[in-house]
Design a binder for this molecule. Structure first.
Ligand SMILES: C[S@@+](CC[C@H](N)C(=O)[O-])C[C@H]1O[C@@H](n2cnc3c(N)ncnc32)[C@H](O)[C@@H]1O
Length: 193
């Protein structure tokens, strides 16, 4: 059987971010996990850019540092904070080009340590204050685990409530047997568009 031409939500998020990120940009990984998204962002912003990452678990910061070191990414190209992404604004003094969320739990770790609606929405709200014109927020949601569907609905409702300063997109594969992950993406409009 021919494989689908439709990318997974995680791949779709990366494809859109690749379109807008440039060398020298600053980008946020709001849910570091094992560091794969942070490594992707680092590749997009290059040696002159910076990735700022957040996770509540020390294990995520350790795993992400190990991945960056294994890939030869210099220490001054990233900084991690072991705090909730809801507090990101305290650690970011200038605008960023992108904020990436990959919700849910750290694979292979305690599934109770999971993103939760109130923190996620607070973090998204903070992200809207940080992202510069033309910049993007991506949120991959996982409705298949307990609480995940409610979180996805909350993210969608929040995104739909934003004013017309933002382009808002929802991307999801239909007719899968399990509740499929979905991507909510937002791009801050140019002033005149
Ligand atoms: C699906 S994983 C992220 C995957 C990761 N982006 C990667 O590329 O490997 C979700 C992560 O969100 C983290 N998390 C949960 N609540 C959080 C919060 N309030 N602030 C920041 N991170 C949180 C979890 O600890 C977990 O590591």
């Amino acid at each position: 059987m021919m494989s689908s031409v439709f990318p997974r939500p995680t791949e779709m998020a990366q494809a859109w971010l690749r379109e807008i990120l440039c060398a020298g940009d600053h980008a946020v990984d709001a849910t570091l996990g094992n560091g794969h998204d942070a490594l992707f962002l680092s590749g997009c912003v290059g040696e002159s850019g910076k990735v700022i990452g957040f996770d509540i678990q020390e294990a995520a910061l350790v795993a992400s540092t190990e991945l960056m070191e294994a890939q030869g990414i210099a220490r001054d190209r990233y900084e991690w904070h072991q705090v909730s992404h809801a507090r990101m604004i305290e650690f970011l003094k200038s605008p960023v080009k992108a904020v990436m969320f990959n919700l849910g739990y750290l694979p292979g770790a305690d599934h109770a340590l999971i993103t939760v609606v109130d923190q996620t929405i607070a973090a998204l709200q903070a992200a809207t204050q940080l992202v510069q014109v033309g910049g993007m927020i991506t949120v991959v949601c996982y409705p298949g685990h307990p609480g995940g569907e409610d979180e996805m609905i909350a993210v969608r409702e929040w995104a739909c409530s934003l004013g017309d300063e933002w382009h808002v997109v929802h991307y999801e594969k239909w007719a899968t047997r399990k509740k499929a992950p979905a991507l909510v993406a937002l791009q801050r409009k140019e002033k005149s568009s």
